[in-house]
Design a binder for this molecule. Structure first.
Ligand SMILES: Cc1cc2nc3c(=O)[nH]c(=O)nc-3n(C[C@H](O)[C@H](O)[C@H](O)COP(=O)(O)OP(=O)(O)OC[C@H]3O[C@@H](n4cnc5c(N)ncnc54)[C@H](O)[C@@H]3O)c2cc1C
Length: 542
């Protein structure tokens, strides 16, 4: 495509939405450059295939974080999608909008148009949901949502009962007005297949003559005319190509790659860029900083009843599940493992839930090295109750190591470096044990396997949670939005402060992380952003 109006870097959750929205009117030529390849692969389309894509470099950037003192020095695996659909093609498909108050925090941080009401409007336009109140939920958007109400494992219902006994109510819709309680998650799954952002937004739009998607094209730098970005250069098949954008370049590379691309292009902390021999275009110390991520861990139990371990561990169980999936698009491979979960507050001082819970009728304490644990169910019946924090106070950063855009940046999560983050996970561990000790769940438990009966006092529990916690893959905030260039990277219209012709639209712009998984908020951010881009181009979004 010659002379595109918009160049979108990255066809992930946000990039796919941008491509669809900006090309819808036919008035703008839109070019999408995606470093990865095609998403029409079996293990992407089959929902439980995310166990396989987790360590597959063909579709995954496979980042490694720095050894993290807060995580007992562990080196965490940081998967990120490198394929059409981005991380929405390899994620666990849980659809959680976030708390309404999270978006009101975005607005209160000086970002008009990003509050709960505006984001609710965006979510309603995006969703095709089958549960909840009409006033809250969308019924005819492009993104079909699935609730596993017919396939959920019966032990899950016992967990719901135990939680209710402890005062945590059943919540029929985590994406309604209130998140608190336990219940079934909604999933980006449609007719037994993953509904990634590529499938929901990009593929239908690819039929348009004014949209072109180039796969295998890794953008390596931005081109400038003074302080205005005029285009990008990318590498494909060993060649470097330069291309100009008539209107704007939109970075949708995600929370790791968008700050990396800004930094290698000379936008970032000047001292660091100078040290690496990079010409500084704009000094902004926030690029790559303010990294927020959720971390979590599991409590695992040996059960007295059959769990998914017996269905998915033996070879004949795998064959049966595979055939069931191929013939009916149903069965355990057609849905995520964490079918249910919840949100709760560790104390009355919290104005909204600060912990997310996950229930999985499967245990994986004996993972094979190099394989995702979910691929190795234990030989005995087992299940897990997992948790992750919702609004951690710890902050990390992402900084390039060299001027070479192909070298992975240094990821320093700095997880659990704030004492409050440790305390709330400790309280959560105690609460999970309380649930496990409550009937009727208690009646189905033979023993606690992890952390086990020796881990009792606070000191031992903290040592355990640091050792066993890890990212739950929700990094955000590394190009955060805000009105003040001294404290943010993009303004409330997502234009990079101090530079023309350039926006960032993806998870990296979140001013604060949301209460729950981040894909929905990434998609809604792009939906809102497309309205701003079209408005600035003199067009009202259709
Ligand atoms: C294993 C895993 C499980 C998860 N589970 C869930 C879940 O169940 N529910 C949920 O809500 N969230 C989940 N998440 C998080 C969620 O998927 C992400 O927050 C969301 O997809 C991020 O969207 P994004 O648009 O910011 O970035 P991405 O979707 O990661 O998209 C970035 C895209 O840009 C491309 N790109 C990057 N750099 C370049 C470059 N230089 N040139 C060209 N292309 C480039 C990438 O290849 C990628 O396609 C999970 C994530 C992972 C990794």
């Amino acid at each position: 495509m010659d002379n595109p109006d918009f160049i979108i870097v990255g066809a992930g959750s946000a990039g796919c939405v941008m491509a669809e929205r900006l090309s819808a009117s036919g008035r703008h030529k839109v070019l999408v450059l995606e470093a990865g390849g095609d998403d029409r692969r079996f293990y992407i389309q089959m929902p439980l295939g995310y166990g396989k894509t987790f360590f597959d470099p063909k579709v995954n950037w496979m980042y490694r974080a720095e050894p993290d003192p807060g995580l007992a020095g562990n080196v965490d695996h940081w998967p990120r999608g490198r394929v059409l659909g981005g991380s929405s093609s390899i994620n666990a498909m849980v659809w959680i909008r976030g708390a309404r108050a999270d978006f009101d925090d975005w607005r209160a941080a000086g970002n008009p148009g990003w509050g709960a009401d505006e984001m609710c409007t965006a979510f309603r336009e995006i969703e095709c949901a089958v549960i909840g109140d009409d006033a809250q939920r969308g019924r005819s958007g492009p993104l079909n949502l699935f609730v596993p109400d017919k396939t959920v494992h019966p032990l899950t219902l016992k967990w719901f009962e135990a939680a209710q006994t402890l005062g945590l109510p059943f919540n029929p819709d985590f994406n309604g007005a209130d998140q608190e309680g336990v219940g079934l998650f909604e999933f980006t799954i449609h007719k037994g297949r993953r509904l990634s952002a590529a499938r929901a937004f990009l593929r239908p739009a690819m039929k348009r003559p004014n949209l072109r998607v180039i796969k295998g094209a890794q953008v390596t730098g931005l081109s400038f005319d003074g302080t205005r970005v005029t285009g990008v250069s990318y590498r494909r098949g060993g060649r470097t190509v330069e291309i100009k954008a008539g209107r704007e370049v939109i970075l949708s590379g995600g929370a790791v790659n968008s700050p990396q691309l800004l930094q290698v292009s000379g936008i970032g902390p000047a001292a660091h860029l100078t040290d690496l021999g990079i010409k500084v275009r704009l000094d902004n110390t926030n690029v790559g900083r303010n990294l927020e991520d959720h971390v979590g861990f599991n409590y695992t139990y040996r059960a007295k009843c059959k769990t998914l371990n017996q269905d998915l561990r033996p070879w004949w169980g795998k064959v049966r599940a595979g055939l069931q999936y191929l013939l009916t698009r149903g069965g355990p491979l057609s849905v995520s493992l964490n079918q249910a979960g919840g949100f709760f507050r560790t104390g009355p001082a919290q104005d909204r839930p600060n912990i997310q819970l996950y229930f999985q009728a499967l245990s994986t304490v004996l993972p094979r090295p190099g394989e995702r644990p979910i691929l190795s169910p234990d030989p005995w019946p087992g299940f897990s109750i997992g948790c992750s924090n919702c609004r951690p106070k710890s902050r990390g950063e992402i900084m390039i190591r060299s001027s070479d855009p192909r070298e992975a940046p240094r990821i320093s999560p700095n997880a659990l470096s704030h004492e409050d983050d440790v305390r709330e996970l400790l309280e959560t561990g105690k609460f999970i044990r309380k649930m496990a000790a409550t009937s009727p769940l208690a009646d189905f438990i033979e023993s606690e396997i992890l952390p086990g009966p020796k881990v009792i006092d606070d000191e031992a529990m903290i040592e355990d949670l640091r050792r066993r916690s890890g990212t739950v893959y929700h990094p955000v905030g590394t190009c955060r939005m805000g009105p003040d260039p001294a404290a943010a990277v993009v303004d409330p219209r997502l234009r990079v402060h101090g530079v023309g012709g350039l926006r960032v639209v993806d998870c990296s712009v979140f001013p604060n992380i949301v209460t729950g998984n981040t894909n929905a908020a990434a998609i809604a951010t792009a939906w809102r952003a497309s309205e701003l881009v079209l408005e600035d181009a003199g067009q009202v979004a259709s």
